[in-house]
Design a protein around this ligand. Structure first.
Ligand code: 1GP
Length: 254
């Protein structure tokens, strides 16, 4: 999975991943949504949510997604009970600005043996919640990092990189009003070389394009899948990701 993601990022400059929340979708809805996600051009599907998710709801949803499209599925865990054997990989993540050690290392210790038993590829990721952070900020007891405090966010990201985390996720929180500012993304980009994931509140093409141009490697959107006109909206966001990724590659002279 990591090799696939890196190759996709290498060729496109920036890629898009759709986030599906088991609490918000029935497996039947998820089936048609999964093929729509593939048609629209996402590179993978992430499955997870902060509230009311169980291993069985993860299993059902992931099986349906795998039957309905050929995209790889990555677990976006909120707790140890969201690890499913049917996924291809898991973000093995630590919520770096949580004040609760459970979200820093406790859940990871409890989940590690399950990940091994299910033979899931573990993708090491530092997770940084900025702004109010939405539900995940509350559940994960994140100490709020102001979205414009780029220099502090960058230090969290750099610490993650030095700890060996090959992915860093700057999370604005699902459904928040404003995404992480592109200026913050470009600041962090200049400091770290880990793959940079950005998500939370991205609803439009121009927002996705600016964040990709600023240096994001992966853009995640979830809420848009629950809205009317999803196919059109998703395609337009992914066009923005492509345009921003292309600009990024051109800047690098690729
Ligand atoms: C949440 O960053 C993701 O973890 C996606 O956010 O639901 O706002 O697209 P949205």
């Amino acid at each position: 999975m990591e090799k696939y993601l890196n190759e996709e990022i290498e060729s496109k400059g920036c890629i898009h991943i759709s986030l599906v929340d088991p609490e918000k979708l029935s497996p039947i809805e998820a089936g048609s949504l999964a093929s729509l996600i593939e048609r629209a051009g996402s590179s993978a599907v992430m499955v997870g949510g902060s509230l009311n998710v169980s291993e069985s709801s993860m299993d059902e949803l992931i099986k349906t997604i795998k039957e309905s499209c050929s995209l790889p599925v990555i677990i976006f865990p909120s707790n140890v009970n969201t690890i499913s054997r049917y996924a291809d990989a898991i973000w093995f993540m630590s919520l770096l600005n949580s004040i609760n050690t459970y979200f820093l290392i406790g859940a990871q210790v409890q989940g590690a043996a399950i990940v091994k038993r299910y033979n899931l590829e573990a993708l090491p990721m530092g997770y940084i919640v900025v702004g109010d952070g939405g539900t995940v900020g509350i559940i994960g007891q994140a100490r709020p990092l102001p979205p414009t405090k780029a220099e502090v966010i960058a230090l969290y990201a750099l610490a993650a990189q030095y700890l060996g985390m090959r992915f860093v996720y700057i999370e604005g929180g699902s459904g928040v009003q404003d995404p992480v500012p592109p200026s913050t993304v470009s600041y962090v980009r200049r400091v770290v070389s880990s793959k940079l994931i950005v998500g939370g509140g991205i609803r439009r093409r121009d927002q996705a394009e600016e964040i990709a141009k600023a240096g994001a490697d992966i853009i995640v959107t979830g809420t848009v899948l629950e809205e009317r006109g999803v196919e059109e909206k998703l395609k337009s966001i992914i066009e923005g990701v492509r345009a921003g990724g292309k600009a990024k590659l051109e800047r690098r002279g690729v």
